[in-house]
Design a protein around this ligand. Structure first.
Ligand code: ACO
Length: 326
């Protein structure tokens, strides 16, 4: 028998305000069109946080849902890992704010900075904590308020992102440890800092000064995305002796419909087995995978026993994949 991290509950939160492409263009005076945004990205809508809403508010709401679905009380949580590029403040960590908001008091909580790959990094760290017996009950949360770090005069980036939060509750379970047993099978994490400047935040709470706004060389990011994502998914399958045919669901980072479609084709998956939310949520960075997971779990698409591949790439560059059996 081995210790495995099972995904016992999922949760999500989206701010009330939903903005269409046309509304965004009108509100910010952007020279763009609904047709351009849909055709290049697949995005139709995004949610925007209310002025007083913070990453910890949204993350706490998603965490409460995940706890409720798992039937776990906040007092049982040993660790809270929060992936975010838009923390409430540099410190205390957004994870600690969430700890207080959900009424958890034991264990520890900290933030992780891996941009859009943050949730996959969080799964990787939580998996290690659980396998080594350091924690039995771990919340992994992605929560983002990108509307606060976008340059609303830059049409090349401001149309791409949205706000939201997603969470999973991972619980230790002893099982046979085969690929047919429940839980995280493995997580595969990568980064290459040589590409740090193609997608980054200029200054802000960091030590380098600057306005704290997102900058991106979109074509460069696109160029890395599909090759690195396909390679890391194959690495994850290979490590478990599995093939493309074993995948039941692909839950990709929701950056762009063209990247998602290309990944589906590389993995020989029909579009019905790829979970897509980018049309409704835009890119919510570290929140995008847990939000998509939550939707597909709650509407019954992802059933018990299904093998799910999650993959993401983001600023760093960072990228990674996780394989989980529900
Ligand atoms: N509306 C209308 N025109 C626009 C817009 C817009 N919102 N944005 C850019 N354009 C114009 C440009 O100014 C340019 O005009 P020009 O030819 O007159 O100079 C033209 O459209 C082409 O611009 P490109 O940036 O070359 O457009 P491209 O086809 O590369 O599409 C996009 C841009 C969608 C960002 C694409 O590069 C992409 O998908 N990149 C992947 C990166 C990504 O998805 N990032 C998300 C965050 S990163 C992550 O999560 C992994």
């Amino acid at each position: 028998m081995v210790l495995r991290a099972t995904i016992a509950g999922c949760g999500g939160y989206l701010p009330e305000r939903r903005l269409s492409n046309d509304e965004l263009a009108a509100q910010y005076g952007i020279e763009t069109s609904d047709a351009w945004i849909r055709e290049r990205t697949g995005i139709c809508f995004r949610h925007i946080a209310a002025p007083e809403e913070t990453a910890s508010d949204m993350g706490a709401a998603a965490a409460r849902e995940a706890l409720a679905q798992a039937g776990v009380d906040a007092s049982e949580v040993d660790a809270i890992l929060v992936a975010t590029s838009t923390p409430d403040s540099a410190f205390p960590a957004t994870a600690v704010r969430i700890q207080a908001k959900i009424g958890a008091t034991k264990g520890f909580a900290f933030d992780m900075a891996a941009a859009c790959t943050g949730f996959v990094y969080g799964l990787g760290v939580a998996d290690s904590l659980i396998r080594t017996g350091q924690a039995r009950c771990v919340l992994v949360i992605g929560t983002e308020v990108y509307s606060r770090i976008l340059d609303w005069t830059d049409r090349g980036t401001c149309v791409l992102f949205g706000d939201g939060a997603g969470a999973v509750l991972l619980r230790a379970e002893e099982n046979g440890g085969t690929t047919a047993d429940r839980g995280l099978l493995s997580c595969h994490l990568h980064s290459d800092g040589r590409f740090g400047d193609i997608l980054h935040i200029e200054g802000g709470a960091g030590s380098t000064g600057g306005p704290g706004l997102l900058r991106m060389a979109g074509k460069e990011v696109f160029r890395h995305a599909v090759t690195k994502l396909a390679a890391v998914v194959d690495e994850a399958l290979g490590a478990n002796g599995l093939t493309h045919a074993d995948i039941r669901w692909l839950v990709p980072h929701q950056a762009n419909a063209r990247i998602i479609d290309a990944m589906g084709r590389k993995l020989n998956l029909p579009s019905e087995r790829v979970v897509v939310t980018v049309d409704k949520h835009a890119n919510t960075s570290a929140a995008s995978i847990p939000l998509a997971l939550n939707e597909a779990r709650r509407d019954g698409r992802i059933a018990d026993g299904d093998l799910v591949v999650m993959e993401a790439i983001g600023g760093g560059l960072t990228w990674g994949a996780a394989l989980a059996r529900f």
